[in-house]
Design a protein around this ligand. Structure first.
Ligand code: Q46
Ligand code: ZN
Length: 310
């Protein structure tokens, strides 16, 4: 197999594009895909401050590496969720990455800062992933705004996005389909812009990129992922992709280019400020879902936003 661009021996095959690349042309290909995502959709500009949410895994560290190399003003945020040895190893991987490249990493531990951790929080109807997902959505947004960042970037790749899309289509979750975009613009002063610059890069491509760049990432999956629906959906798509390369790409890009418009507005809700944390929330309740969850986990009421201002 020869590199499509320079004809040297290839080291990575990209079957969905019927192509193969040598080390340096493959890295250039990944960078070009990210540039196309960032510039094509106006995700952010060179003078904006980006907060990249890092987990210690291949995708988020590869994304951080790419954005640093492309000269963006980007810091990392690691959320410590208290998942035993897995969280400790993940935090160490992020810290090592940041210190090798002399870039800023913020570590935010939910047990210390918020009074709960994910394994203990997952009780009754709450699954670990539902607690974790709600905590990440709230804290990424809040910490980005508090830190003066313009945008939050996450390492979701093409496979992640295709699996989420499949789950939403199978249940016709029209509100979620309306929000399935690589860029979620800020629609409220209390909401940071959210972007997914790796949405054009497949999972095995981010893994290959991380290996070629010598990024020391955590290979182990989160131990709480057992039974996670998204992983089952990924396996189903992997099986289809194996016999029909390019299916995931066609599914995701077909939706984004031809079907996404049909769901616009399906997620419209009137927002008001949560009386505890001041973050925007929908629905009739005074507190946002995160503050309600945190109250029930810590047994505390905590100060209201008004009380905190005094
Ligand atoms: S970290 Fe959190 Fe994942 Fe672990 S608890 Fe579930 S959602 S599986 S990306
Ligand atoms: Zn709140």
């Amino acid at each position: 197999m020869r590199c499509r661009r320079c004809k040297k021996p290839a080291v990575v095959e990209v079957r969905r594009h019927n192509a193969a690349f040598c080390d340096s042309c493959f890295q250039a290909y990944v960078h070009a895909q990210v540039r196309k995502a960032v510039d094509g959709l106006g995700m952010f500009s060179c003078d904006e401050r980006i907060l990249v949410a890092v987990s210690g895994g291949k995708d988020s560290l590869a994304l951080w590496d790419i954005l640093i190399s492309q000269g963006y003003r980007v810091d990392g945020l690691y959320l410590g969720l208290g998942v035993g040895e897995y969280s400790k190893r993940s935090q160490r991987a992020c810290e090592a990455f940041a210190s090798e490249r002399r870039v800023n990493l913020r570590v935010y531990d939910t047990a210390i800062e918020e009074g709960y951790d994910v394994p203990r929080a997952a009780k009754g109807p709450r699954t670990p992933c539902s607690v974790c997902g709600l905590a990440k959505r709230h804290l990424f947004n809040r910490l980005a705004l508090e830190g003066g960042y313009d945008v939050v970037a996450t390492g979701h790749n093409l496979d992640d996005e295709a699996a989420v899309l499949l789950g939403n289509v199978l249940r016709w979750e029209t509100g979620y389909l309306a929000r399935q975009k690589p860029v979620l613009q800020s629609t409220h002063p209390g909401l940071a812009r959210k972007v997914k610059p790796l949405y054009r890069v497949a999972e095995r491509e981010t893994a290959a990129y991380a290996v070629l760049r010598d990024i020391d990432y955590v290979v182990q999956e989160c131990p709480l992922a057992v039974g996670n629906t998204q992983i089952e959906l990924k396996h189903a798509l992997d099986a289809i992709e194996e016999t029909s390369p390019g299916t995931k790409h066609a599914f995701l890009f077909g939706f984004l280019e031809r079907a996404a418009k049909a769901f616009e507005g399906e997620d419209a809700v009137e927002l008001h400020a949560c009386s505890r944390c001041d973050m925007p929330t929908g629905g009739a309740l005074e507190l946002c879902a995160y503050c309600r969850m945190r109250d029930s986990l810590t047994g505390s009421r905590g100060p209201s936003a008004e009380e905190e201002r005094l």
